[in-house]
Design a protein around this ligand. Structure first.
Ligand code: DGT
Ligand code: MG
Ligand code: MG
Ligand code: MG
Ligand code: MG
Length: 281
């Protein structure tokens, strides 16, 4: 095929391939969800329907992209994690981010009416999301990233739960509630909830306190797997042949995607599900 005289414009395209052998996290976040949650009257501080819809959209993305290892969601955001062995789109950042964001948005809008029956979306207030990709060089740092998001979930939820109790149950104005909470630490908020409103924060729903983690569940569980064993598997994954890689992708594609509301900061979650970090079911 002869090149046209216009072909040279290709040379203006810049490479945005992400560093090889690193964890890629694509985090998407709802645009203007403060306003959107008012528009569609989300319950405060947490709307179970909205969170379930976020999770349903995340499951659709995980199903669409078998290269994804795990995802974690809270509020209007979701972090999608690609394994270091991922070669999708030659690891080009823009391709990965736009695919995740558009796949998520399409699934979110498509399933909206199942979660908000009788509350039709209107064209002037469509849910949209932005996204970015960041790479992390080791499983330890990836886990610190995930822990960071889950700690954020906890801190924000404790604040929001106390804030809205003061406003909705305590009759304070937003400004008064803000003032009441300024300078307080976690134990103060727990105390306010318990003493003033009889709410034991520990009894709040796990989905609100811990957020949501989505991952693939396989039949072949090996709870005896140790950290050393995981590492061994991880180094081997790179050396797999093309047919073996293809086999793994098939297994991933077939696996059920589950959503749980559990601690992902402690070792236990990762030790009991070694395939998430090893990339090998
Ligand atoms: P952005 O991300 O810069 O475009 O702006 P926002 O407004 O999306 O801000 P962000 O992402 O920092 O915060 C998420 C907002 O979404 C926050 O104002 C609370 C709201 N939101 C998320 N989930 C719920 C929910 O379940 N219920 C209610 N009432 N609001 C929620
Ligand atoms: Mg944002
Ligand atoms: Mg947002
Ligand atoms: Mg957000
Ligand atoms: Mg095309």
């Amino acid at each position: 095929m002869a090149n046209s005289k216009y072909e040279y414009v290709r040379s203006f395209e810049q490479s945005d391939s992400l560093l090889p052998e690193t964890w890629i996290v694509v985090r998407i976040d709802g645009r203007g969800f403060h306003k959107l949650s008012d528009q569609y009257e989300f319950e405060k501080p947490n709307d179970r329907r909205a969170l379930d819809l976020m999770n349903a959209a995340a499951v659709a993305v995980m199903k669409d992209l078998p290269d994804l290892s795990i995802a974690y969601g809270v509020s209007d955001e979701y972090s999608f994690v690609f394994h270091p062995s991922c070669q999708l789109f030659e690891r080009r950042s823009a391709k990965l981010v736009t695919t995740v964001v558009s796949s998520f948005t399409a699934a979110y809008i498509m399933q909206w009416s199942s979660f908000f029956p009788g509350k039709a979306l209107d064209l002037a207030h469509l849910p949209t999301f932005d996204g970015r990709a960041v790479v992390y060089p080791s499983a330890r740092i990836l886990r610190d990233y995930m822990s960071w998001r889950q700690v954020d979930c906890h801190i924000n939820n404790l604040f929001n739960t106390t804030f809205w109790a003061l406003v909705l149950k305590g009759g304070l104005t937003n400004i008064e509630a803000e003032k009441e909470l300024s300078g307080t630490v976690s134990s103060d908020k727990n105390e306010i909830l318990f003493r003033r409103f009889g709410i034991n924060y520990n009894n709040e729903a796990e989905i609100f306190k811990k957020g949501s983690v989505a991952y693939r569940q396989y039949q072949l569980e090996d709870p005896s797997s140790t950290a050393e064993k995981e590492l061994e598997i991880q180094t081997n994954v790179k050396e797999l042949s093309r047919t073996q890689q293809e086999k793994l992708r098939k297994l991933r594609r077939k696996a059920a995607v589950v959503v749980e509301h559990v601690d992902i900061i402690k070792d236990e979650f990762w030790q009991r599900r070694p395939w998430i970090l090893s990339g090998k079911p």
